[in-house]
Design a protein around this ligand. Structure first.
Ligand SMILES: C[S@@+](CC[C@H](N)C(=O)[O-])C[C@H]1O[C@@H](n2cnc3c(N)ncnc32)[C@H](O)[C@@H]1O
Length: 230
């Protein structure tokens, strides 16, 4: 959290008075942060029944709503009918989408004309390095293997995680083909402060890079089409 959250927050940009959607919100804690720190309203969505069971503690936060749903069913969710958002965040979840291009396109369609979509994902180099260590593959070869891969969670090694392994170009092409424009990109680095505060995290990042964050907005012709209702 010393590295990821500050970068995710920076790339979310100004959210004061805005309507925010957090897709793949997990515990709902980041959605709650936006709700308690100036957002007009926040809707968090996550596919996991396990996380949904933990959301009761957020009930006291009046401008925060949490709902169960998945990338694949966004268009069917009642909470999203006739809704558009100023800010959509999708943190460390998009790699689980079964259809990356379709999901980014669905998220783009939920943006208001001046809206921002911020996406953070595990850095694709991380998995090239990890697959190199596990399978003995060379990093270039490992990086090009985009099919779903199962690996132990770094935080809970007895838990196996499995998802697609998009490359940087796969994320960028999903962004551009959804009619979005990349406004900023951040790959948080290991600072001296981090080395002192959390040497284990710094060592982990020295080995696996960390995350990459994309900040996007709608290309102007798409903004115009939304304004015109076409
Ligand atoms: C690593 S967690 C990130 C949680 C949160 N965004 C954060 O940054 O702390 C990944 C989240 O993606 C969710 N997820 C996985 N597959 C999903 C899907 N198909 N649709 C929506 N969320 C999904 C998981 O339930 C989990 O909460």
């Amino acid at each position: 959290m010393l590295v990821e959250w500050p970068a995710q927050l920076r790339m979310a940009g100004e959210f004061n008075g805005k309507h925010v959607l957090d897709v793949g919100c997990g515990t709902g804690n980041k959605a709650r942060y936006f709700a308690e720190n100036g957002a007009a309203s926040v809707l968090g969505i996550d596919a996991s029944a396990g996380f949904a069971e933990q959301w009761a503690g957020h009930a006291t936060c009046s401008n925060l709503e949490l709902a169960q749903g998945s990338f694949e069913t966004l268009h069917t969710l009642l909470q999203l009918q006739h809704k558009r958002f100023d800010l959509i965040v999708c943190y460390q979840a998009l790699m689980y989408a079964r259809d990356l291009d379709g999901t980014v396109n669905a998220l783009a369609q939920l943006l208001l004309p001046r809206g921002t979509l911020t996406i953070s994902v595990p850095h694709p180099f991380r998995f090239a390095i990890l697959k190199g260590e596990i399978e003995g593959w060379q990093h270039g070869f490992a990086y090009q293997q985009t099919q779903p891969y199962r690996y132990p969670s770094p935080w809970k090694p007895d838990l196996l995680l499995e998802h697609a392994m998009p490359r940087i170009s796969d994320y960028l092409n999903a962004i551009t083909s959804a009619g979005l424009h990349l406004t900023a990109c951040e790959e948080p680095i290991v600072t001296d402060e981090l080395r002192t505060a959390s040497p284990e995290k710094a060592a982990w990042m020295d080995r696996y890079v960390g995350i990459i964050v994309f900040q996007t907005d709608l290309l102007s012709d798409r903004k115009d089409r939304i304004k015109d209702g076409t």
